[in-house]
Design a protein around this ligand. Sequence first.
Ligand code: HEC
Length: 471
Amino acid sequence: MNYPLWVVPYLGGSWVIGIISIIHIFISHFAVGGGIFLAFAEQLAYRRQDDRIYDFLKQHSRFFVLLTTVAGATTGVGIWFSVSLVSPDGLASLIQSFTLAWAEEYLFFVAELATAFAYYYTWDKISREKHLQLARLYAIFSVFTLVIINGILTFMLTPGKWITSHWWFDGVFNPTYFPSLAIRLLIMLAIAGMYALVTCTRIKEPKFRVFMVRYCAKWLLPVFLLGPICTIWFLTQIPQTTLSTILVGIQNSGVGNYSIMARALYTSLVLSGTILLFAYFGPYLNPKGFTFRIALLFMVCGLAATGTTEWMREMLRKPYVVYNYIYSNGIHKTDIPEIAQEGFLQRGKWASALTSATPTDQVHNGEIVFRYQCMACHTENGYRSMKKLLGERDEDAISSFLGMIKDTDPKKNNYTNIMPPLAASDAEMKCLAKYLATINAEAAAANKAVTHKPTSGQEISQKISEPVSNN
Ligand code: HEC
C-alpha cells in the first residue's frame, strides 16, 4: 500500500513470479549440485590421472557454466524485479528484516560467478592441482548461496521464535532451516547426477561410458535413501494447521485448494518413485542401453518432481508471506483490527495518493482496495477470476460475503486458512462491494431476470460455506 503495484491482466502477478521462480529454482539447484559434482568428479579424475574424465568434465562444464551464469543470474534478478512490482510491501518487510543476509547472499553469488568463469577459462592453462582447488572453491561458494537463501525461504514458512524476538538469528535458523537445507542438498545432488547422465550418453568409448553412467547414477542414491527421513523431519516442524491442510485433502480428496495440495503430493511421490525405479533398472543395472533420450526424459521427471514439491511448499504458506505475521497482500496480521477501525486507504502512501476524495467515486476506491488486498491471488477475469468466483452474487450478496471475510475469527470466517481477512473500514467495504459488483454485473443481472427473487440470507450462507468445509 506504500508502493505502486503492477497489475497483470488474466495471468495475475503471482504467476509471473511463479514462472520466473520455478525456472530459477531449477537452474540454481542445478548450479549448486553441479558445483559439488564437478569438484568430486575432478577429484576422481585427479586421483586416477584419467584424461578421459578430464575431457568429459571439460565438455560437461561448458553448457553448465553458460546456463548457470547467464540464465541463473537473469532469472534470479527477475524474481526480485517481479516481486518488487507485484508485492512491494511484503518484499520491503523481508528486506528490512534480513538486510545483512541479503548482502551476504549477493557477495557469495558474485564469488560464485567469478570462480565459475575462472574455473571454465583455466582448463589446461593452470596445473591440475590448482584447477581442482578452483572447482572446490566454486562448490563451496555455491553451497553458501544455498546456506543463506535457505534461511530466508524457510523463515517465511516457519518464522519460529523470530515472531517475538525479531532477532535475525532466530529468523534464519528457524525450525525448518536444517531439514530444508538437507532436502535441498539431496535434491541438488540428484539433479546434478541426472544432468551428468545426459552428457554421459554422449561418450563414445563403451567401457568408459558404462563407468561414467554408473558413477553418475550413484548421485541419485542419497535423495532416495535420506530424502524420506528428511521430509518427515521437515513435516514435523511445519505449523500443524498447514499439515492438516495436506492431510484433509488426502483423506477426502475434497474440493478447492486442499485436493490440489493432495494431488501435488501424489504427483511428486509418483514422479520420485518412477525416477527411483528408472534409475535402478536403467543406468545402474543396464548402463549400456542407457540412451540420450531416456536420460533427457529422466531429467524432465526430476525437474517436474522438484517443481511440484516447491510449489507445494509455497502453497503451504498461504495466505501468508511470513507465516502468521504478514499476509500475501503485504498486510501485517496485527494491524488488521486497527485498519478495520480506521480504514485502509489513507494508511498507505501510494494507496492514499490514488484514492479519490469524491464520495461518488466509490467504485474507483473499491478498485484500489481490490488491487492492494485481493490481486495478490485473484484477477478480474483470468486466473482465480473474480468474475467466476463471484458468480451470480449481486451487490448485497457480495457485501455479506465481504462482511464474512472481514471477520478474523476462524469460527465465523471459513476462509482464514485461505485468504487474508479483509482489512477495511465499513465504508471501504461498501466501495469494494460496489466495485466487485461491476465485475460480474452481467451474470448477476441474468440471475435476477430468471429467478425474480432476491437471494435469501440462507442461500448466501450456504454458498459461502460450501467450497471449504474443512472438517
Ligand atoms: C492469499 C491469497 C488470496 C487473497 C489475498 C484473496 N483471496 Fe479470495 N480466494 C483465495 C483462494 C485460494 C480461494 C479459493 C479459490 C477456489 O476455490 O478456486 C478464494 C476464493 C474467493 C472467492 C470465492 C469464494 C466462494 O465461496 O465463492 C471470493 C469471492 C474471493 N476469494 C474474494 C476475495 C476478495 C474480495 C479478496 C480481497 C479482499 C480476496 N479474495 C483475497 C485466495 C485469496
